[in-house]
Design a protein around this ligand. Structure first.
Ligand code: PMP
Length: 383
């Protein structure tokens, strides 16, 4: 199986798996139990992992709150901030290109008295800064925007956006799930208040992620409503026994990623260039969706006129793992592609492939052979 769906999830790195195993066997103690050796060892492992994750983001250890993944982090921040600051305003700005966990959190708030502005993403796949400026009102409390789009790779200009939110005294939450591990991040020098991300996109385990909560603003840590009320874990913001093995795996994945981030980037860029050059030779009518200059490498969203995406994917399902878009919106036409202005036929002819550190040029050659073969022999053009 050639795996070309790394935006959906990545293969766990062997070193990550090895690092996790002791915490499923001997060191199974609850890290919050404190007073005996194996609990102390588990607690030390959590501390070490938190440090590795914070180093990847260039922030302090206490600014990392472990969650079950980016969906939970998005829910936590959006609902937690809006609940806490409700008295100061009920307007939130987001975009049509967000992940479902952001959009559905906003829809939930809309039913509960909040007003949400969904900025358009137009054909580039990112918001227009002028649209953001114009949408700010006196009662705006939060802007929540994706950094790198999970279907397109298109980048929002978070530096410019954070300057605007900062000048207007509005909190900024960034869904950085696809960005983390692709490019260096230094949150200490940023004006980002909250950030969401996940381990399973950087060769770590599933079921673990984190929310970054900046402590620059005095008391910000206290000024958010917990999503899970319970014990004192995660600074009282997320009760529940810590998943030590998953946290350790996340820490190891962050450590490996941090050391190799530039070579990973170059590798993805090389694969993307090789892919585009070669597919264009045989399919000149191919259309690459979203901004192709301002994107993270490795996520390629393309429309091949006349091809039926699901039939193609099914025809190669034993050999190739590719997708039509986000794994979190299976069965529905992509809201991101609709926001770009693609019509129903174009959406039906669209594929997303996403590369990771284990992919080689040969994987691309096999994909190309399959798609050329499908177009030549099997594709019956639909209207
Ligand atoms: N946001 C983005 C941009 C994503 O790509 C994903 C994963 N598809 C998520 C949030 C949700 O992440 P998780 O699976 O960790 O909940």
């Amino acid at each position: 199986m050639i795996y070309l769906d790394n935006a959906a999830t990545t293969q766990v790195d062997n070193q990550v798996k090895e690092a996790m195993l002791p915490y499923l066997n001997d060191i199974f103690a609850n890290p919050s139990s404190k007073f005996y050796k194996s609990a102390i060892n588990a607690n030390d492992a959590v501390k070490n992992a938190r440090q590795n994750v914070s180093e990847l983001l260039g922030c302090d250890d206490e600014e990392i709150i472990f969650t079950s993944g980016a969906s939970e982090s998005n829910n936590f921040i959006i609902k937690g901030v809006s609940d806490y600051y409700r008295d100061q305003g009920n307007h939130i700005i987001t975009s049509q290109g967000e992940h479902k966990s952001v959009l559905e959190s906003c829809k939930f708030l809309e039913k509960n008295g909040f007003e949400i502005t969904y900025l358009p993403i137009k054909e580039n796949g990112h918001i227009d800064i002028e649209d953001l400026k114009e949408s700010i009102k006196n009662n705006t409390i939060l802007v929540s925007l994706i950094w790198a789009n999970n279907e397109l790779g298109a980048l929002n200009n978070i530096k410019k956006i954070s300057k605007i939110t900062n000048e207007n005294d509005i909190f900024l939450h960034v869904d950085a799930t696809q960005y983390v591990g692709k490019k260096e991040i230094n949150l200490k020098n940023s004006e980002i208040d909250f950030l969401s991300f996940s381990a399973h996109k950087i060769y770590g385990p599933k079921g673990i992620g984190a929310a970054y909560i900046s402590k620059d603003d005095i008391g910000i840590r206290q000024n958010i409503t917990p999503l899970i009320h319970g014990g004192e874990q995660e600074f009282g913001l997320r009760g529940s026994t810590l998943a030590t093995h998953n946290i350790v795996g996340f820490g190891k994945a962050a450590e490996i990623t941090n050391k190799n981030i530039n070579s990973y980037y170059n590798h993805l860029e090389e694969l993307e260039n090789y892919f585009k050059e070669n597919i264009k030779i045989k399919i000149p009518e191919i259309m690459f969706n979203g901004n192709q200059k301002n994107k993270i490498p490795g996520i390629i969203n393309m429309t091949i006129p006349g091809i039926h995406n699901q039939l193609f994917i099914k025809s190669v399902k034993d050999e190739l793992a590719i997708s039509t878009g986000s794994a979190c919106s299976i069965g529905k036409p992509s809201h991101v592609l609709s926001s770009l202005g693609l019509d129903k036929n174009q959406i039906r002819s669209t594929l997303r492939i996403s590369f990771g550190k284990y992919n080689k040029k040969n994987d691309i050659s096999i994909f190309l052979k399959k798609i050329f073969n499908y177009i030549t022999n099997f594709n019956t053009k639909f209207q």
